[in-house]
Design a protein around this ligand. Sequence first.
Ligand SMILES: [Zn+2]
Length: 684
Amino acid sequence: MKNKASQIPEQELSARPQPAKPLKGHFHPKGKAPSKFTIEILKKAKAKLPFSDTRDFDEQKKGLIAPMKEMKIMADGGHVAWDMEQFQFLGKQEEFDSIHPSLHRQSLLNNNYGLYEVVPGIYQVRGFDLANITFIKGKTGWILYDVMVSAEPARAAWKLLQEHVGEGLPVSAVIFSHTHADHWGGVRGVVDEADVRSGKIPVIAPRDFLHHTIAENVFAGNAMNRRLFYQYGLLLPRAPHGYVGQGLGQGVSAGMVGLIAPTKLIEKEVEEVDVDGVKMVFQLTPDTEAPTEMNTYIPEKKALWIAENVINGLHNLYTLRGALVRDPLNWSKYLSRALYLYGLEAEVMFGPHHWPRWGNERIQEVLRGQRDLYAHMNNQVLHLANQGVTINQIHNVYELPPSLQNKWFARGYHGSMEHNSRGVIQRYLGFFDCNPANLIPLSPADSAPLYVEMMGGSDKILARGQQLHNEGNYYLAQEILNKLVQAEPKNQEAKDLLADVFEQLGYQQENPGIRNTYLAAAYELRTGIPEGKTAASANPDVVRAMSTELFLDFLGIRMDSRKAEGMRFTINLITPDNGEKFAIELENATLTNIKGFLAKEPDLTLTINRSDLEQTMMGVKTLEAQIKDGTAKAEGDVGILAKLAATMVEFDPRFEIMPGTKSFAPNVPKTNAYEVEFGKPTPE
Ligand SMILES: [Zn+2]
């Protein structure tokens, strides 16, 4: 992707060049075949990549006990929760001219689907979801390490284990390695919460687990859910010209997401715990791939669980769905610690994504390579930044060293050199490149009309854009066509041509998140954002795990400040069953709260048990109803609650990203203003 702008054509335009013809067999009627330029780029990539190194395929296959026979796993709700049939096309051709050969390879590797032995006593079911589920044999039963996104695939995995090596033994413990939903969301498919409450099954997680699990997804949750449509290509059919996998796994299952709160937290940096008779040494790795995460060493088996700190690929420092940028240096240092603490003697290394690595030499190769991958991104990006390379240039300048580029485990299957390098600058220096023209720029829709005017109008831009497209200069074409679409959101011809450009750029990507983002944008430019019901709803498990403070903070975000102009009041909120109290103030059209304090002269004092407040947060019972039947006690001006409720807005996860793609009516406001609605907690 370097030197993208090197060939600027010079010839004069006489007439509009011909657009490409739609491709028969493409899932979209306006979809196009990959151009000769795209095919050439993919061919060159194939020639450069280390295809002679086939060790991943050996490791991916090793230990297969039983493939999963049913290609579909049904959800309890009657729909399909997981479908591997849709990915079989990947193996039917040696190569596809619309899929980057490296991404195709990774997706073929992710087509594993069944029960595998890691070493005797440790098994994994892979390919049932974005993540694996791991079973470790304990003294009395099975220790489950990470349990996938949803209940139905987790249950199917448990069944497959029992059919072959489970011996009818029960679940004896559950461990969550970190906060992302693909590691805990399936828990209700394999564990009865009553057994956790009674103390029969411990649930172990790294410290601050619940806080980070919820917090990462609340404040910007709706925006993240919308952006997942791009990163995860949620509207794209599984097809050679559409979605071909997510790098980490084939996709995200669509079953029931649940959460059971941990009963034991790992607090120390290195902590040894006897888990059902198995000695486990937990190594906390905070602020790495997740805000809280842990590796685990099982000395008896010389087995190193490396969590998601190591995957087969470069992980995200910056995540396209939107997230705080991760700390690459810290990540690298924790991999170093894992290497020196356990990696020098481990004989197998395994984790919740992809497949294990066997043999100490191989483990050291991968651990060192991964350590250097994140350290290099940190060091070399900052090295360049210190010489004046900005966030708007770094992706065209930064490169990993060839020794890492030639390792499959360092390829960009989740993160990429492009978006991660921008992320590192974002982390340290932020969005501003220090050119004042980029400090307070006009919004794209406001500046675009002048560009269009100065470029001579839409006909000229369309002609030039088509020419650039036809010459394979897609990055240049997107520059000018994007301006036209921003200026003229109703210009379908412009949107269609920009979609054609995005589509070619999508086909060219190795990174599935970037591919999906281009193809999703092309889809919406051609079709518009689909109408229909939005999926967001309150998830009782997530609501229970959400602290009252986080809930009140979120109300401050949901409140449309413009509707609260001139309002001023103070509420004391007391939740006796958990001994918490809050002073809540609305002033300056801003809602704030402070935990542990009460206001001296509140306008309203609301006393309600946290367990009852949850009924409101889940949308089961309104606050008014709680007050009416005496569950909540309100002293003072109860009318304040209705006024505050009137300022609350329900976020719609269908907001427009590309101009002129919105075709639906906005949602009707909810009657229960205090319900906590957001989409699925995001997997990673
Ligand atoms: Zn994951």
